[in-house]
Design a protein around this ligand. Structure first.
Ligand SMILES: O=C(O)CCC(=O)C(=O)O
Ligand SMILES: [Fe+2]
Length: 384
């Protein structure tokens, strides 16, 4: 019974597989322009870092502090593998709805077909479909393609393996940029790369008849350490730049540059760095002509590991955050969403400047007031 309910809810989520002539009320976001849009040029150029650069440590450190997001080139992942990944993601979302529903999630955090957990904090559906992979995708792939599931699994496994090494290397460089020695890095919560866990989330954002009235992915920060994001040729990821000398708070579109991958900082990297690295607020918008595909790989520590500001960064100064087990922080995110970091701040550390414009679920221009508890309840039921 439970999975039946979830199937019908998921159908509601993407009625008729997004074949609409206009945006239906269920997806009508009404209010995308809480901040102006800015092109990624001049002072808003998203950093592009060639991993063979000299002074790599400084460049990565600067990008983590000033942006919390950057693009990488010369990352060692063959273009052929990236193309194969794009083809497999396309193949997955091109399946008929009833086939995809065979592997529908039964809960937001479970692997399978469905939306992202944070969507439940918001009043409307997003213009997207998702597929989460926690360990091996084999069981689900067998249900989707009983006669030919191995190519999907092989590409995903290969991509996961190689980006895992890449992510661990990048996190190591990030810690070096904070001034830690190799010895100190070994003693941090993420010093042992064998213990780092990863999961993947594949996204499809169908072309949309009115992209001004629909949102692909809700504004959020990634809760974990870092994320490596593949995008298939169409841009749509936007990051929020806080108000500064170059203008008011604004959504900057991360460009698509062939062969690059996007790296962004999550909440835990922000905590480890005692607030120095920027956990970038981001969302995805949709467009009128092209389907957009992406794949995020999320890096997290083991659930029981305590994550707090690195010792090296708090000698002589007060930590901004308390140290908490990752699992505990994750639970806070599940209930408090964008207020969860505030909840682990050491007393006396108030909101930072610019912190006001967050992804806090607001009424987004809707006339009536939304009751957050009711909304969360309604959305959670979707996954039951
Ligand atoms: O599709 C994108 O560009 C963003 C995906 C993302 O932020 C996520 O999956 O956490
Ligand atoms: Fe994200």
């Amino acid at each position: 019974m439970a999975s039946q309910a979830s199937h019908s809810e998921l159908k509601l989520h993407q009625p008729e597989n997004f074949q609409f002539n206009s945006v239906p009320d269920s997806h009508d976001w009404l209010y995308l322009y809480d901040h102006p849009f800015a092109d990624p040029i001049g002072p808003d150029s998203v950093p592009v870092i060639d991993l063979t650069y000299s002074k790599l440590i400084e460049k990565i450190g600067k990008a983590c502090e000033e942006w919390g997001v950057f693009l990488i080139t010369s990352h060692g992942i063959q273009p052929e593998l990236l193309n194969q990944l794009g083809s497999q993601i396309h193949r997955l979302f091109a399946l008929p709805t009833e086939v995809k529903l065979k592997v529908a999630k039964t809960e937001a955090r479970m692997p399978g077909y469905g939306g992202v957990p944070s969507a439940r904090f918001f009043p409307k559906f997003t213009w997207s479909e998702g597929f989460s992979i926690t360990s091996s995708p084999r069981e689900h792939a067998q249900k989707l393609w009983p006669d030919d599931y191995s190519s999907f699994c092989e590409v995903i496994e290969e991509y996961k393996k190689i980006t895992r090494q890449l992510g661990c290397r990048l996190m190591h460089i990030m810690l070096l940029s904070l001034g830690l020695t190799e010895e100190e890095i070994n003693h941090t919560a993420i010093g042992d790369s064998n213990k780092i866990l990863t999961s993947m989330h594949l996204n499809s954002y169908p072309a949309c008849p009115n992209p001004d009235r629909a949102l692909g992915l809700v504004p959020h920060t990634d809760p974990g350490l870092v994320t490596i994001l593949y995008q298939d040729g169409v841009s749509g990821l936007q990051v929020l730049r806080h108000k500064d000398g170059n203008g008011p708070a604004r959504w900057v579109t991360v460009p698509f540059i062939p062969g690059t991958l996007v790296v962004n900082m999550g909440d835990l990297m922000h905590v480890l760095s005692n607030g120095r690295f920027h956990n970038v607020l981001h969302r995805a918008v949709v467009n009128k002509t092209d389907q957009r595909l992406s794949a995020g790989q999320f890096f997290v520590p083991p659930v029981d590991v305590n994550v707090g500001p690195l010792n090296r960064l708090i000698t002589g100064s007060q930590p901004v955050y308390k140290s908490v087990p990752w699992l505990e922080y994750w639970k806070l995110r599940e209930t408090l969403y964008d207020e969860s970091l505030q909840a682990i701040k050491v007393d006396g550390h108030g909101k930072e400047e610019g912190e006001e414009s967050t992804c806090k679920p607001r009424n987004f221009g809707f006339e009536h007031h939304f009751d957050l508890d009711k909304r969360i309840g309604a959305r959670s039921n979707r996954y039951k």
